[in-house]
Design a protein around this ligand. Sequence first.
Ligand SMILES: Nc1ncnc2c1ncn2[C@@H]1O[C@H](COP(=O)(O)OP(=O)(O)O)[C@@H](O)[C@H]1O
Ligand SMILES: [Mg+2]
Length: 354
Amino acid sequence: MKPSENEVLRALKTVKDPELGMDIVSMGMIKDLSVRDGDVSFTLELTTPACPFNSQIEQMARSVVENVQGVKSVKMNVTARVREGWTGQRVPLEVPGIKNVVAVGSGKGGVGKTTVATNLAVALCEAGASVGILDADIYGSSLTRFIRDLKFGVQGGKKLKPADGPLGLKIMSMGLIVPDDTPVIWRGPLVGGAVRQMLLEVEWGALDYLVVDLPPGTGDAPLSLAQTIPITGALIVTTPQHASLDIAMKALRMFQKLGVEILGIVENMSHYVCPDCGRTEHIFGRGGGAKVAESLGIPLLAQIPLLPSLREGSDNGTPALVADPASPASEAFRALARRVAAALSVTAIKRGAK
Ligand SMILES: Nc1ncnc2c1ncn2[C@@H]1O[C@H](COP(=O)(O)OP(=O)(O)O)[C@@H](O)[C@H]1O
Ligand SMILES: [Mg+2]
């Protein structure tokens, strides 16, 4: 007996994306299905190259089709297409070509916001996505150290060309527009115009994800930025000793008020792994990030260890993921990237993104 297209689709419909809870047929992940004399071929279009369940979905899709009666061979082509994100904000800017904007904020400075933003961006690149990073922290434009030695300039006399970072990452810094010696009180008012320029007048090209390193805190600068950019999801970075409910809560409230979806908390400098004996020490206390996440009702997305090599890397301009790809911190950043990408897919699909 020869199987029909409908029988194959019915089998594929039993495969659910574990994160989304929806079946892969309803989500439009099956393309170009052909069933001829028991030879089946189709394309499985995943929602992001960085999904934690990709290989599981692939295996399940193959096995359910192989089990349809009469199927002789299965040819499955796997691709990924990031869906257009959704933002709950009403913002004046529309940025064509950028599918998702991930804002990285924190209650206060020095907690590793830039380190997290940079390595998250690099991890998304590594997974195969097109990614840009915008340094929008006008108080501490630390990303400029990553682009110091990189080419940067105006292309064709029109749009600004972003600098090329590791693994194809595109980098831009507002520090280039708001110079270091601008008095702090003038910086706030400059932000709106500068961010507009950074989003609209930079040749980003098609991006799956634009990671934005926001200024810390909840003052005028982060607020006016968050009001200007169409943010698809926000992360709040904290450290165990700064994990006071108050500080994280303030940042969270700011995003909530603006209608920004909060993806979760990242606890940085979470613990120290002794390079000699491998023992883990919770120098700044244990469980701070988890406590904050729990009481705020948002997920704790990652716990990044405190590593001297991570500091050296980010201070001399090489993201940890590139300098030391096998370190526990690099693994933690990869896991973070997968969770962020999955959370954005979930929101996009639930909102009916095409
Ligand atoms: N997990 C970590 N382990 C070791 N050093 C870190 C870690 N995260 C950040 N740092 C270092 O701490 C300092 C502050 O980090 P940074 O990312 O610049 O913070 P922020 O952007 O929040 O001000 C930098 O010198 C950075 O290299
Ligand atoms: Mg910073």
